[in-house]
Structures are given as structure tokens and as C-alpha cells.
Design a protein around this ligand. Structure first.
Ligand code: ADP
Ligand code: ZN
Length: 498
């Protein structure tokens, strides 16, 4: 048996590597930097843990969340592997114990919050270990947090560029579950990865069944129906704390033991919720997106979003928590066109507040709002678009695949009709009053047409079709593009399944 398999078996009791793990481990052991993009549940942690064990040295891991660190350290300690983490919550006596282990060279994995690197102590420790050759590798987990293009930007991550200079010659591995091409480029550049091995596995998950549909005014019956058909644990995401509480109460009144998780809860309540989710038989957890990073429960049978997710990348990560055990699992999104508008307004109000306090909104704030609007629009295009859900989601992270054959779009009979006549009506109204917003446009069209129609929907389709331009400031102002003018001049067929 080769050395790596032997170590895998000895420390973890497993008999084979998952796809992508071995090349990363081998690269690190040979001193080479790596970028590893492996899907959720793909086994990223092993990639940086095993080198420490094989070399009997130290690997330092930068991780964005305390809960994530604590969890990994606990799992390692259960396997008898010396691991620790340093963050604000660590008591002085624990800290001293870690110091002793570090000096004795007996610690294998040390998890650090990114802000630790601002401190002298951690920096000295790192460079001393690197100088003495005791640092096997550095790992940056959830590396997409470094990119402002990503779905979870953390300014603290921006300072990680200094790792390279602190520990010259120590291989650095950046890991992420989903990273669109430009996020990957940011990771390479900002971390200063040197001739890295790029290990990108497909984010495709052949056991997930995606469904996305309009949210009825009362979503409860849909939620109950989905719960009836699901197995194992259920994760329900809602956008606000209030909607989390509200849905949990309503589920409870239906005899379902739903528990809640959001950033507004006390730490103990959150820990209880996490514990319940990990240990109960078939828990139903209603949460904001604050919940989930690093939560490792294999038998999640349903991930349900009660609102339009904010970005396709974020959605891939959240839905990816379903079916880690490889068995079929469902991912349901209930969305409403109003979701983007309300999210847009929420973002704009942040901007307005910033503007009031600083007299002028910084370019950065403006850019953030515009960027979030674009992201929302991309997600809306997945939800309202014609093509396979999985295909659309994967395209957003730069992966081209065939239709999945499992999602609601793939399974629908796909009766599309030609919308070009109605599109013409709509474009004419925009042409007459450039800069009209979606709401006044639909009102205007209803007046002319006398019908309720699906004007809002059609307007959004035409934005996706790039016949109209929509402002990125959250106000959703519409204007004709050149292609829209050409269409008015000589229309072509537009086949959409409504
Ligand atoms: P990720 O961080 O990529 O989402 P983890 O590192 O948490 O994934 O691993 C996901 C699960 O797979 C964990 O339960 C882990 O114990 C398990 N695992 C990882 N590698 C292997 C392997 N080679 N053989 C069997 N199980 C593995
Ligand atoms: Zn599909």
C-alpha cells in the first residue's frame, strides 16, 4: 500500500481518496501551491489535514467562522489528532496549552481566524515555524471570501496576501466549493499563489433535484407538501429574522417541531439549534443564510428557499448542503418577482444611510449596490429562465454541462409560445418614455391592454434577452437597447414557456 493510502487508513479508517484529494495532497507535500475548488461535501479538509499527519508537522488553517473552526477541531480531536484553534473565544489557560504544544512541535493543525494575523504574536509564531521548517503548509479555507466578486466577501480576508511574505517557501493551498472564474483569478492574484496546481472538480451534484417556482401569497401549504415528501433533515432558508420566526411558529402550530436560527439569537440558542440540527432524527430548521457554512449533516433531504437567493454562487453553496450522502435530495426555491425589488430597496437604503452620514456615498458603496443588483438579476434569470436549473447554475460558475434531466425544467413538457407581439407592445411603451420603472410600465400596459397579463415577467425576460436595459441602482428603470430598437423595427420570434 502506498504511503498516503496507509496514512488515510491509519488516521481516518478510509480506504480510498475522493476525486481531487490526492493531487492536492501530493502537490502540498512536494512544496507546491494549490487552488482546490471541490464541491461541498467533496472532502476539502482532508487535503490540508493529511499532509500535516504524513510529515508530522504543523498546518495552519485560516477559516472565516468560529463555529467552523470549533467543529473541525472537535472532529480531529475525536480521531486522536492534535488540533486547536485560536480565536477571541479561547480562554487564557487553553491558549497556554496551545503555546506548549506549539513549542513542543506536537500540534498538527492550528485554525486561525483571519484577524489573528493582525496580531504580532501569531505573525511571529508563523514566521518562526516557517524558518525552522516545521510548517508543512498553509491553508486558506473558503478562499472565495477574498474576492469582492464572490458571494461572501470578507474584508479581513484581503489581508491574507501577507501570508506569502510571512512564510516564504511554505506551500499555500486555497480551498473553495464554488468559485466563478473571476473569483478564482482573484484568489490566485491576491494570495500570491506561485505556479499553483489548479484542481477544479465539477460542482455538478447528480443526486440533487432542483425546482423553482412562484411563491403563492401563502407559502405554508407548499412548505408542508414539500416536507411530506422529504427524508432526513430539512433546511428552510428565509431572508429576514422575522420571516424565520413567523414560519417556524406556523409550522409548530401544524405539529412540526421547527426550530429557528438567525444572527439575532443569543449564542447559546444558536448553539442549541446547531446541536439539534446535527443530532435530532429528522430536524426541520428555519434559518437565515447566516446558518450553514461548514455544517456537515449528510442526510439533508430538502433545502427550501422561501425567497429568491441573492446570487447563483451562494445558492449553489446553500443547496449543496442537501444530499451529501449521495442519495436523492430536493432543492426547492419559492420566489416572487417582488423579492428582487425589496432586496434592491434594502440595498439602496443602506446606500442612502451611508450617504447621509458621510455626505456622499463612497464609490465602493455604489459599486456594491450595483453589483448586488446584477447578481440578483442573474439569480432571477435562473429562476425565471427556460433552461435546465442545474445547467444555468453551473454556467454561472463557469461550467458548461448538459441538461440534468432531473430538475423541474428538464421534466416539464416545455410548451413554449411566441411572445414577440406582446414584446413589441411593451417595447413601444418604453420607447415612448425612456427611464420608466417596471411598476409604472406594467400599470401603463394594463391600462392600454385592459388585461392583467404577465407584463412584469415579460419585461424581465426582455432584460435577460438584452432588448432592454435595467438600471442597477435598485430602482429598476428601463430603457431600450439598440437591439430593442432593431426589434421594434423588424421583430423576430421570442419563444418562452410562460
Ligand atoms: P467539504 O469541506 O469539502 O464540504 P469535508 O471536508 O467536510 O467536505 O468532508 C465531507 C465529508 O466527507 C466528511 O464527513 C468527511 O469525513 C468525509 N470524507 C472526506 N474525505 C473522505 C474519504 N476519502 N473517504 C471517505 N469519507 C471522506
Ligand atoms: Zn435540469
Amino acid at each position: 500500500m502506498d504511503l498516503l493510502l496507509e496514512a488515510l487508513h491509519r488516521y481516518y479508517g478510509w480506504d480510498s481518496f475522493r476525486s481531487g484529494q490526492r493531487p492536492v495532497i501530493e502537490a502540498l507535500l512536494s512544496g507546491r501551491d494549490c487552488l482546490a475548488v471541490l464541491p461541498t461535501g467533496g472532502g476539502k479538509s482532508l487535503c490540508f489535514q493529511l499532509p500535516a499527519l504524513v510529515r508530522q508537522g504543523l498546518v495552519v488553517v485560516i477559516s472565516p467562522l468560529v463555529a467552523l473552526m470549533d467543529d473541525q477541531v472537535l472532529q480531529l480531536q475525536r480521531r486522536g489528532i492534535a488540533a486547536a484553534c485560536l480565536h477571541r473565544g479561547i480562554q487564557p489557560e487553553q491558549r497556554r496549552l496551545i503555546q506548549t504544544q506549539l513549542s513542543a512541535g506536537s500540534l498538527r493543525l492550528l485554525y486561525l481566524a483571519p484577524e489573528r494575523l493582525q496580531g504580532e504574536a501569531a505573525r511571529d509564531m508563523l514566521s518562526a515555524h516557517a524558518r525552522e521548517g516545521r510548517l508543512v503548509a498553509l491553508a486558506v479555507d473558503e478562499a472565495h471570501c477574498i474576492s469582492a466578486w464572490g458571494h461572501d466577501f470578507r474584508p479581513d480576508y484581503r489581508r491574507l496576501g501577507q501570508l506569502r511574505a510571512l512564510c516564504p517557501g511554505v506551500p499555500l493551498v486555497a480551498l473553495s466549493a464554488t468559485a466563478a472564474p473571476r473569483v478564482r483569478a482573484d484568489i490566485l492574484r491576491l494570495l500570491g499563489l506561485c505556479k499553483p496546481l489548479i484542481q477544479v472538480s465539477s460542482a455538478q451534484r447528480s443526486n440533487l433535484h432542483y425546482t423553482m417556482r412562484r411563491r403563492p401569497s401563502d407559502p405554508l401549504p407548499d412548505v408542508l407538501e414539500a416536507l411530506k415528501h422529504s427524508r432526513g433533515a430539512t433546511l428552510i432558508y428565509a431572508r429576514t429574522r422575522r420571516s424565520v420566526e413567523l414560519l417556524a411558529e406556523r409550522l409548530q402550530s401544524q405539529g412540526i417541531q421547527a426550530i429557528t436560527y438567525h444572527a439575532g439569537l443569543e449564542v447559546e440558542r444558536r448553539e442549541e439549534a446547531l446541536k439539534h440540527f446535527l443530532e435530532a432524527d429528522a430536524p426541520v430548521l428555519v434559518a437565515t443564510v447566516a446558518f450553514g457554512m461548514g455544517v456537515d449533516r449528510p442526510d439533508v433531504g430538502l433545502v427550501l428557499h422561501l425567497d429568491l437567493p441573492a446570487t447563483p454562487e451562494g445558492y449553489l453553496q446553500e443547496s449543496g448542503r442537501a444530499g451529501r450522502d449521495g442519495r436523492p435530495a430536493h432543492c426547492l426555491v419559492l420566489f416572487s418577482p417582488g423579492d428582487r425589488t425589496s432586496l434592491g430597496w434594502a440595498m439602496q437604503s443602506t446606500l442612502r444611510r451611508a450617504a447621509e452620514s458621510k455626505a456622499k456615498a463612497s464609490d465602493d458603496d455604489v459599486w456594491r449596490v450595483e453589483f448586488s443588483q446584477q447578481q440578483l438579476r442573474r439569480m432571477e434569470a435562473v429562476a425565471e429562465g427556460e433552461i435546465c436549473r442545474e445547467q444555468a447554475l453551473l454556467l454561472s460558475v463557469g461550467e458548461l454541462t448538459s441538461p440534468c434531466g432531473r430538475c423541474d425544467r428538464c421534466l416539464a413538457d416545455g410548451r413554449a409560445k411566441d411572445w414577440s407581439d406582446r414584446a413589441q407592445e411593451l417595447l413601444e411603451v418604453i420607447d415612448a418614455g425612456q427611464g420608466v420603472d417596471i411598476r409604472s410600465l406594467t400599470e401603463r400596459l394594463r391600462e392600454i391592454d385592459g388585461s392583467e397579463g404577465s407584463w412584469g415577467w415579460l419585461a424581465r425576460r426582455l432584460v435577460q434577452e438584452e432588448l432592454i436595459r435595467e438600471s442597477n441602482d435598485g430602482a429598476q428603470r428601463l430603457s431600450l437597447r439598440d437591439s430593442g430598437r432593431q426589434f421594434l423595427h423588424a421583430p423576430w420570434p421570442l419563444h418562452y414557456a410562460a
